[in-house]
Design a protein around this ligand. Structure first.
Ligand SMILES: NC(=O)c1ccc[n+]([C@@H]2O[C@H](COP(=O)([O-])OP(=O)(O)OC[C@H]3O[C@@H](n4cnc5c(N)ncnc54)[C@H](OP(=O)(O)O)[C@@H]3O)[C@@H](O)[C@H]2O)c1
Length: 251
């Protein structure tokens, strides 16, 4: 369904981003893979390019570096004949009591989760509006991976992480209102607990996905399926927000 489209996926080197890139390519989209770990991006590009579907290219990029992001998005647009879909997925986090927090950790979380989204969105918007205006699909898609922590504060220790996810939610809603008549669909996907490096690397106070019980937690491909569903709706349908929890998650 996404043949002849180009999608940019940030944070494609692991977890949800890697799954989203594979799922979009399986639908026929060419995918530009952005993240800092070049080796991981190249491995993923090889996997995608060995399969049927869209082609993948790695673009080593730190989303906190606005100039690097602009260069990568511009290169991806040149290589792919424009950009039809942007997936703002790159993210990191710090969790813990505010009174003992390292201020640099807070700033890093804001830099990646909020300013990273601003950097990629700002660079991609001219390409998305153009694709919506002249592309065969008649729409373009801007999807940001937020979190359940962008809908409500799941606990005191999620202070800055929740603040960044609420912020991208507000930003996305403003974009939705601005871009609706230009046929750029702005959407949020808000995962509950997903088994990824973020939740299994033992970060202090981070949501912990190392001991799933019962039905188990979400896997990255569960979120990728939601993203694919969102961007493959008919052009008169904008699915603006999807909250996806594990069946047994109560928070
Ligand atoms: N896992 C969950 O339970 C969960 C729940 C709700 C929301 N989310 C959100 O889902 C998104 C993906 O997270 P994940 O769970 O898949 O974690 P992950 O496996 O740790 O992936 C994070 C990705 O972000 C990239 N990234 C981090 N800092 C970056 C930077 N400065 N520049 C470019 N890329 C950067 C990482 O790539 P490099 O290190 O190679 O740069 C990596 O590809 C995040 O926005 C996260 O907040 C996750």
């Amino acid at each position: 369904m996404l043949k002849d489209t180009t999608a940019v996926v940030t944070g494609a080197s692991s977890g949800i981003g890697a799954a989203v890139a594979q799922a979009l390519a399986a639908e026929g989209a060419d995918v530009a893979l952005l993240a800092r770990r070049r080796d991981r991006l190249s491995e993923l590009a090889d996997i995608i390019n060995a399969r049927d579907g869209g082609r993948a290219r790695p673009y080593e990029t730190d989303v906190t570096d606005a100039h690097a992001v602009r260069d990568a998005i511009s290169a991806a647009a040149d290589d792919g004949d424009g950009i039809d879909i942007l997936i703002n997925n790159a993210g990191s986090g710090t969790w813990g009591p505010a009174v003992t927090a390292d201020l640099d950790d807070w700033h890093t979380t804001v830099e990646v989760n909020l300013n990273g989204v601003l950097n990629t969105t700002h660079a991609a918007l001219p390409h998305l509006t153009r694709a919506a205006a002249v592309g065969e699909r008649g729409v373009a898609d801007l999807v940001t991976i937020s979190s359940i922590a962008g809908r409500k504060v799941p606990g005191a220790l999620s202070n800055v992480y929740a603040a960044t996810k609420h912020a991208v939610g507000a930003f996305t809603e403003a974009l939705r209102q601005e871009l609706a008549d230009q046929h750029v669909r702005a959407g949020l996907v808000e995962p509950g607990l997903v088994v990824t490096e973020l939740t299994t690397s033992g970060h202090d106070h981070a949501p912990d996905a190392t001991n799933p019980t019962g039905y188990g937690l979400l896997q990255p491909m569960d979120i990728a399926s939601a993203v694919v569903f969102m961007v493959t709706r008919p052009r008169h349908v904008a699915l603006n927000e999807m909250l996806v929890r594990p069946t047994e998650q109560t928070i």
